[in-house]
Design a protein around this ligand. Structure first.
Ligand code: UGY
Ligand code: MN
Length: 254
């Protein structure tokens, strides 16, 4: 359909809003039987990449250049890891964290869509290592988002936060889902040193990014640079939910 050059997508120094009408699919090394939509990369100033990979049945993604988090949006898949004869089954809401240099193969059984976050790992300064105890480096894990206990964000029961990664200094990023009851909103405009990759999963509302207010809906991707002013209010009769990641647990001077 011709839209005469109109789109809700926007590209500003401290944020991106990318709507599905502007997505471009590309091949990627390590990806067979599928294509990648690269939502954000270091080319705009992000310290990570976030993409959605779309896989045909039997399509596969192997290990990437860095640590990785995968989150299944659609379809049935299996995840094979080294030394394990039985693969893990993954379905929508299923996720896995794969440390740096951790060989793995993700294979689609049915047509699938998967969010993939690849981020170079920042080791903890040895100064803080003793706080870590037995586990100085992050470890492989697999889970199901609906089974993660929800906590109210900053005490607001209408904002339910499910943290997908453990609360440990070993991990240098955080990834969660945040679910807003209809009409709920962040209690403040946030401005912080961490950057965000955000994929809108359900519902919608208004996202403030910098000095812009955007209507946003399921399927949209947002990148927020460090210190980008941000606020969200859910609109409509159904909850709004997004997957959100940020760099975490590291001194800003690393
Ligand atoms: O944790 C966060 O920084 C989160 N509340 N930010 C956001 O939703 N934009
Ligand atoms: Mn934030």
């Amino acid at each position: 359909m011709h839209n005469l050059g109109q789109t809700r997508s926007a590209n500003h120094r401290d944020h991106l809003l990318l709507t599905p009408d502007t997505f471009i699919r590309t091949p990627l090394p390590g990806l067979t039987g599928g294509l990648a939509i690269v939502h954000v990369s270091p080319a705009v100033g992000a310290a990570f990449t976030q993409m959605t990979i779309e896989l045909e049945p039997k399509g596969r993604l192997i290990q990437g250049p860095t640590q990785r988090l995968i989150y299944v949006l659609e379809g049935e898949l299996k995840l094979e890891e080294p030394g394990k004869s039985v693969p893990h089954a993954l379905a929508p809401g299923g996720y896995a964290y794969l440390p740096t240099d951790y060989p793995h193969t993700l294979t689609a059984i049915t047509q699938s869509r998967v969010a993939v976050i690849d981020k170079p790992f920042l080791p903890l300064d040895p100064l803080y290592m003793k706080e870590l105890g037995a586990e100085p480096y992050p470890w492989f894990l697999i889970g199901r988002e609906p089974e993660v206990a929800a906590l109210p964000l900053r005490g607001d029961p209408d904002l339910q936060l499910r943290s997908l990664l453990p609360d440990s200094l070993a991990f240098d990023f955080a990834c969660s889902t945040l679910t807003y009851a209809p009409g709920a909103s962040l209690s403040q405009v946030e401005i912080h040193y961490m950057e965000h990759g955000l994929l809108m999963l359900e519902g919608g509302g208004i996202y403030r990014l910098g000095d812009h207010w955007y209507p946003t809906t399921a399927g949209d991707f947002i990148w927020m640079a460090p210190f980008c002013p941000q606020w969200f209010g859910a609109i409509g009769k159904q909850p709004a939910k997004y997957l959100i990641c940020k760099d975490f647990n590291r001194h800003p001077l690393a």
